[in-house]
Design a protein around this ligand. Structure first.
Ligand code: DHB
Ligand code: FE
Length: 266
């Protein structure tokens, strides 16, 4: 839709594209290859595969846009939990699960289970926030999210939780493992041509929402994971790196993580 903002964005995009072509002296053949790559990305994409997003992500564009958006949104407080990119695998219809329930519906043989718990609090007053929702999703040990993998039952490794009256949440999940982003398409081809690996460090995705607070889309990263300093999609922030500890006396999980989430008032 035409608007002053739309004109501003398109005018600037066009100017920068022209500058880019002049700077590298882009040839017709090279431009044709670029167009073929865009078309390939479009052809590959469906509800389970967002190749356009992957291509943006490997050049850091989603991370940059995330940074710009939330810098603007959170001038009021630097105390809140930092954001990180949504990524291509969020599903909007996560099963609502009770506090303490597991997201694991099919346990892979090579998996470690973790108990993750903590409090959602007001970033300034530190008062607990009751009834905040926490969506979480993660890949299995084969590197695939439920919707990418016919072998996983629906709702495996994802869920939506609500904090109790003390602002507390808890769930069991897989201790996350590093895995490659899908690399059999144009994003993978580009990584290969640039001698880059497709791996992401072990992470869990979160979206936290509470009435009267700024929404948080983020990821937490396992401190012991490989690829923390060379994530293929540039999403790692120091404050989002967490330490899983051994857990005793719980036959459901050998690992645990206490993680509090700090929300900025609207
Ligand atoms: C991307 C993000 C993810 O969290 C993931 O699991 C795979 C890919 C991405 O940003 O492209
Ligand atoms: Fe992910």
């Amino acid at each position: 839709k035409t608007s002053p903002r739309m004109r501003e964005v398109m005018t600037s995009l066009t100017r920068h594209l022209h500058d880019f072509a002049r700077e590298v002296e882009l040839t017709v053949d090279e431009w044709t290859e670029g167009v073929a790559l865009l078309n390939w990305a479009g052809q590959m994409s469906n509800e389970r595969r967002n190749e356009g997003q992957l291509v943006c992500d490997i050049v850091g564009l989603e991370t940059l846009v995330d940074e710009i958006t939330y810098k603007k949104a959170s001038e009021a407080t630097d105390l809140a939990t930092q954001s990180a990119i949504l990524g291509p695998f969020f599903q909007t219809d996560h099963k609502v699960r009770k506090k303490g329930e597991s997201v694991i519906e099919k346990l892979p043989e090579d998996a470690q289970v973790a108990y993750v718990h903590g409090q959602v609090v007001d970033a300034t007053s530190k008062k607990p926030i009751a009834n905040a929702s926490i969506d979480i999703w993660e890949a299995s040990t084969n590197g695939l999210y439920e919707q990418q993998d016919a072998e996983q039952p629906k709702s495996n490794l994802c869920g939506k939780y609500y904090t109790d009256e003390n602002g507390e949440y808890a769930f069991y999940c897989l201790r996350p493992t590093p895995y490659p982003i899908p690399y059999d398409g144009p994003a993978g081809k580009l990584l290969q041509l640039l001698d880059r690996h497709p791996y992401r460090p072990a992470h869990i995705h979160l979206i936290v929402l509470a009435e009267g607070y700024k929404p948080i889309t983020t990821q937490i990263f396992d401190k012991s994971s490989k690829y923390l300093d060379n994530d293929s999609v540039f999403a790692v922030k120091d404050s989002l790196v967490v330490e899983f500890l051994p857990r005793d006396g719980d036959d459901k999980a050998k690992n645990q993580l206490k993680y509090d989430i700090h929300m900025a008032p609207l």
